[in-house]
Write a protein that binds this ligand. Structure first.
Ligand code: CMC
Length: 390
């Protein structure tokens, strides 16, 4: 059967050919379809970047308007889906609800060999994810659902569905709309990370878009991946409650006998800096200045980062703050509850997952994902009937 390479974590395996996202981990470069992340953040909206990722080119004004129009007109959920939310306990983690709801979408919008239906399903998913996310939050706090509004931008509509109540008018703060839009762009794709590889792996069997992306959401939920943004804030809160003793947590992270890791630090690909983390850190300073607010967790995060960057352990292993280190600080400033942070990561990553699923489906080289293993178990053993076992 040929020679099998042992590659734990598939760190050295190119699992596909792709034209979507380029990363140079040594130089801290990230580009979507050839465009630098810094340029996209400065000039484009999240919806525009979604179009770029999925269709390969930046849209013309007419294309963007049509795309935006389709996204607003597909943002309602089937009314029956509200019953699903009722079935979950109030304590349900919104990431679990999100992946279950996305899997459920395939019962309403089955897959088809008709490319127009496949395309429509991509639009439906992109349009509806923010509604699902906001409804799961409203359900968890016992407030009535706020329906999507077609006159608001994608990002403002999400914030409106999260924070508006029927009894009084609510205006989305423009600063929050801008900041969240930038954060979504920064999360929009990251080549073959764990959740994206999951989307491709599930999709490679021919499973439909909703099944593949529901699996991707589940992969993202783990603390080593998207779940890290929630874990960072929980870690900073714990340090705060511990009198701000960040040195203690730094020591724990370095201790080979302690499984604790500094959340929001380290990356499989970035070995000098994570360009997304740099952009977010700049944004944090701007936002906190503009809002005139103070967050003790930000002070702790900055001290922790500074100490880690000067520490031999982190220098040797090339561990730098990643995208998750400061994103939670911004979500917190916007009043977004901690258990929604990873849901926001999923909302941002969705166009990337869709683009990768589409590219996989259209690629004639796609084969079902079927890695091999290095078997370490027993060799052949004589069978012992039940009565003869001790
Ligand atoms: N704190 C302490 N030590 C660390 C950390 C950390 N955050 N990250 C890596 N190390 C150590 C690790 O113990 C190992 O040391 P040694 O060589 O002595 O055994 C060395 O650095 C290499 O780590 P690794 O686990 O082999 O690296 P990986 O490429 O398999 O894992 C990672 C990458 C991101 C999962 C890991 O750095 C980590 O667990 N970080 C914390 C969780 C986190 O912030 N995740 C978000 C990642 S970025 C966005 C996303 O993907 O969602």
């Amino acid at each position: 059967t040929g020679y099998i390479t042992y590659d734990p974590g598939l760190a050295n395996t190119g699992s596909c050919q792709s034209s979507i996202t380029f990363i140079n981990g040594e130089a801290g470069v990230l580009r979507y379809r050839g465009y630098a992340i810094e340029d996209l953040v400065a000039h484009s909206s999240f919806v525009e970047v979604s179009y770029l990722l999925i269709y390969g080119e930046l849209p013309t004004r007419a294309q963007l308007e049509q795309f935006q129009d389709r996204l607003t007109h597909h943002s309602l959920l089937h009314e029956d889906m509200k019953k699903f939310f009722e079935g979950y306990p109030p304590s349900a983690h919104p990431m679990s609800v999100l992946s279950a709801m996305v899997a459920s979408l395939s019962t309403y919008y089955p897959d088809s060999t008709d490319p127009e239906i496949t395309e429509l399903n991509m639009i439906r998913l992109l349009a509806k994810l923010k509604t699902i996310a906001a409804f799961s939050y409203k359900k968890s706090i016992g407030q009535p659902y706020i329906y999507p509004r077609n006159d608001l931008s994608y990002t403002a509509d999400f914030l409106h569905m999260m924070f508006a109540v029927p009894s009084e008018p609510y205006e989305v703060p423009p600063l929050f709309e801008k900041v969240l839009d930038v954060l979504l762009i920064l999360h929009a794709d990251h080549e073959q990370n764990c959740s994206t590889s999951t989307v491709r792996m599930v999709g490679s069997s021919g499973a439909d878009l909703f099944a593949a992306i529901s699996a991707g959401i589940s992969a993202l939920s783990g603390p080593l991946h998207g779940g890290a943004n929630q874990a960072v804030i929980q870690m900073l809160e714990a340090i705060h409650q511990d009198g701000g003793n960040y040195q203690k947590y730094l020591a724990k992270a370095k201790d080979p006998n302690d499984p604790f890791r500094l959340m929001g630090f380290g990356h499989r690909v970035y070995k000098n800096f994570d360009p997304r983390a740099r952009l977010i850190k700049k944004l944090v300073d701007q936002v906190f200045n503009e809002m005139g607010v103070h967050d003790p967790l930000l002070e702790i995060a900055k001290k922790l980062e500074e100490a880690a960057l000067q520490d031999e352990y982190f220098i040797e292993r090339k561990l730098y703050p990643n995208i998750d280190f400061y994103s939670g600080i911004l979500y917190r400033a916007m009043g977004i509850p901690t258990n929604m942070y990873t849901v926001l990561f999923a909302m941002g990553r969705l166009p990337g997952w869709i683009a990768q699923w589409k590219e996989m489906r259209e690629d004639p080289h796609t084969r079902i994902y079927r890695p091999r293993q290095i078997y370490q178990g027993a060799t052949h053993r004589p069978y012992r009937p039940l009565d003869e076992r001790e």
